[in-house]
Design a protein around this ligand. Structure first.
Ligand code: SAH
Length: 243
């Protein structure tokens, strides 16, 4: 069994060697109470920078493990292309599903937005939960970084957050055909997918003003979560990240 993976803050002393790391909170509880790890066990630590650290649990305390780092290496599992997924807030646990699949497929950043026909709501707890799902998915698929999920109350702010992305693609359910060839997707790329209610004409017009190209995902209307996963898959494939 490969060592279990945990996210933790890794700091370095003046000579560049990593300091002892403490594993606390949810990661500690999971390690201790679910995985039953204890002093002497080997683990892999991730600090979100793309580096993986080998570590040994040096000491078990009441509410934390102290770990000693024994080695480090650059992960080869992180995507080379930066792809930003912007998706409308979905009902039930559908946003969680999209986050989980997007992280597995190799997304770099996720924004969840509210829009005119969006009927799901977001709050601090839900956002925290989405970030936990991202971390769990990252660990499960052996990534070394968990994409952060941010929330935009206004659709316009979500669009503006992608300003610096040279390739901006908008999955538009009322587009007859794509304005760009999917095969020509370049990175960094920002992809927009609507919620169950879809987009209003004005929202599409705003996206066009912000430099987004309308993309069709075929003749059928896909459910929002299907559209998000399919769109991301074809874009990442075009960028050489899948296969
Ligand atoms: N309620 C809308 C459908 C929304 S589908 C209606 O009845 O028309 C949810 C989102 O998935 C859309 O906003 C769009 O971003 C994406 N989507 C679904 N099917 C699509 C398609 N064929 N082409 C492009 N985008 C699509």
């Amino acid at each position: 069994m490969p060592p279990k993976r945990f996210f933790a803050d890794v700091t370095f002393s003046k000579d560049g060697s990593p300091n002892e790391v403490s594993l606390t909170g949810d990661e500690f509880n999971h390690a201790k109470n679910v995985l039953r790890l204890s002093a002497g066990d080997e683990v892999t630590l991730l600090d979100g920078s793309g580096t993986e650290y080998s570590a040994i649990i040096a000491r078990a305390e009441k509410s934390r493990f102290l770990l000693h780092i024994t080695g480090e290496r650059r992960s080869d599992k992180e995507p080379k292309s930066d792809v930003y997924l912007l998706v409308g807030a979905l009902k039930g646990d559908k946003t969680e599903l999209v986050v989980q699949k997007a992280v597995e497929l190799g997304v770099s950043r996720i924004g969840v937005f509210s829009s005119r026909y969006c009927s799901a709501y977001m709050n601090e707890n839900k956002l925290e939960r989405l970030n936990r799902v991202s971390k769990e998915a990252a660990k499960q698929c052996l990534r070394a970084a968990a994409p952060e999920i941010v929330y935009f109350d206004r659709f316009e702010d979500a669009l503006r957050s992608a300003e610096a992305y040279p390739c901006k693609l908008f999955a538009c359910e009322f587009a007859e055909k794509s304005e760009r060839r999917m095969e020509e997707t370049c990175a960094p790329a920002a992809l927009v997918v609507g919620s169950e209610g879809g987009f209003a004409e004005e929202e599409f017009a705003l996206a066009k003003q912000c430099g987004f190209a309308a993309m069709s995902l075929g003749k059928r209307i896909l459910r929002a979560e299907t559209a998000a996963i399919a769109f991301l898959s074809v874009a990442l494939y075009a960028l050489g990240e899948l296969g």
